[in-house]
Design a protein around this ligand. Structure first.
Ligand SMILES: [Zn+2]
Length: 424
């Protein structure tokens, strides 16, 4: 495993709070703040324009192209799209590993969803307008603010519009970046922009594992084939056993059986039965343990139903054809992880919040930051400013009041992470 790239600490500024105050007082940074203050109409326009371009999971190409064009217009270097559809643009620094600023391109809305985007006063309405219209708008706003104000920074800043954050996307964009991209070993820290708001810092990566479990048997007539193993009975007993698995309160760990299916009619022994299981934790070990418990419950339930079959079956020849089997198919896998409370990125955001008089809570969630956090890299996810609601529904909205604070927060955090001015 490659060692984690480190940005050289600004030794002349041992106190991070003083460093943030110094950066925010620089004339070019004040100019960037000033630009952010006056550009809300432009931000709202970008947000509506991009949200009007469908970006369902695995269908982000058109929106990615829109972002690639903006990156090119804004003179970022090395503007490119990788094999899975992530879009990159770089603002060079004077050297060293880079600071990644990313926003996911995809939405939860399937292809064909009517995207009726509209604006009323300070509010924008429509699917995806906040998640992740707010994050993508903030990404672009930072690119332009740095360019307009000609802010020089030490570490390069890598801007990323990535695919595959939502649902079945399963973080595939971020996984690719940290396993295959040109940048995989040179990203020192990642600031992920997801949704609206300025009042949270996602520093704990909630992991999840999801499975489709299928139990199969020969099926048969409920009367004449009585005795044949019944996949629904086996599944029910597996659910009963798995449901008894103890879970710790800390690290909080949960499980759910969310869907069960099976059978065709009341007088048929079913040929199959299935369930969908969701396991979540910030601990990889706990998720591992629950997955093992799930498999053991199934193994025992199938064995139990096979033995019951032997008791019910009239002849041994009939029994031989009575095989019962099960399959556990992974349908989701998001790695878990936690940021070291001493991590520099967290201290930087805290210092920026103090500088701006902002209050924010640490949160545990599943975001693109899961990938770097699970690799022991520094990462947090924060909002793109303003406020929003109705995420993942057609009634989604974003209110731009307070967006300026969120954008200043992101800009100041990125600049502090990248370093501005000369090392003492
Ligand atoms: Zn999101």
């Amino acid at each position: 495993m490659p060692s984690t790239p480190q940005i050289e600490a600004a030794e002349g500024f041992p106190n991070l709070q003083q460093e943030v105050a110094r950066i925010s007082a620089l004339p070019e940074v004040r100019a960037a703040f000033g630009w952010l203050r006056t550009q809300e109409p432009q931000f709202a326009q970008w947000q509506l324009d991009m949200a009007r371009i469908p970006a369902p999971p695995f269908g982000e190409a058109a929106r990615a192209e829109w972002l690639r064009e903006r990156f090119s217009e804004l003179d970022l270097e090395g503007v490119s799209t990788d094999d899975v559809g992530n879009v990159f643009g770089l603002r060079p620094g004077t050297g060293g590993p880079c600071v990644a600023l990313s926003a996911h391109l995809d939405t939860v809305f399937p292809a064909g969803t009517p995207l009726n985007l509209r604006q009323q006063g300070t509010r924008l309405y429509g699917p995806g307008v906040s998640d992740n219209g707010a994050g993508m708008t903030a990404l672009l706003a930072v690119v332009v603010a740095l360019r307009k104000a000609r802010v020089q920074h030490r570490s390069p800043i890598l801007f990323i519009g990535n695919v595959g954050e939502e649902g079945e996307g399963d973080l595939r964009g971020m996984r690719y970046i940290f396993s295959h991209s040109l940048w995989k070993d040179s990203i020192a820290c990642s600031l992920v922009l997801d949704g609206a708001g300025s009042d949270t810092i996602v520093a704990e990566a909630l992991g999840s594992r999801r499975f489709e479990v299928i139990v199969r048997g020969p099926g048969g007539h409920s009367w004449s084939d009585f005795g044949a193993p019944n996949p629904i009975l086996a599944l029910a007993s597996a659910i009963q056993a798995f449901g008894q698995t103890p879970v710790p309160a800390s690290p909080k760990t949960t499980f759910n059986v969310g869907v069960i299916r099976g059978g065709t009619s009341v007088n048929s022994i079913p040929e199959s039965a299935s369930m969908r299981v969701d396991i979540r934790s910030t601990s990889m070990a706990e998720m591992e343990r629950l997955e093992t418990a799930l498999r053991q419950s199934l193994e025992a339930a199938v064995e139990e139903e096979s033995q019951a079959t032997e008791r019910r079956s009239p002849s041994s020849s009939q029994r031989r054809s009575f095989g019962l089997s099960y399959e556990v198919v992974p349908i989701g896998n998001r790695p878990a992880g936690e940021l070291d409370p001493e991590a520099r990125i967290l201290q930087v955001i805290r210092a920026v919040d103090a500088q701006l008089g902002n209050t924010a809570q640490i949160q545990r969630a599943s975001t693109d930051a899961n990938v770097p956090l699970s690799l022991g890299r520094e990462a947090v996810a924060i909002g793109g400013g303003g406020s929003g609601g109705g995420a993942h529904t057609l009634q989604e909205w974003f209110d731009c009041s307070g967006r300026e604070l969120g954008l200043k927060r992101i800009l100041l955090a990125v600049l502090t992470l990248a370093g501005v001015g000369t090392l003492a």
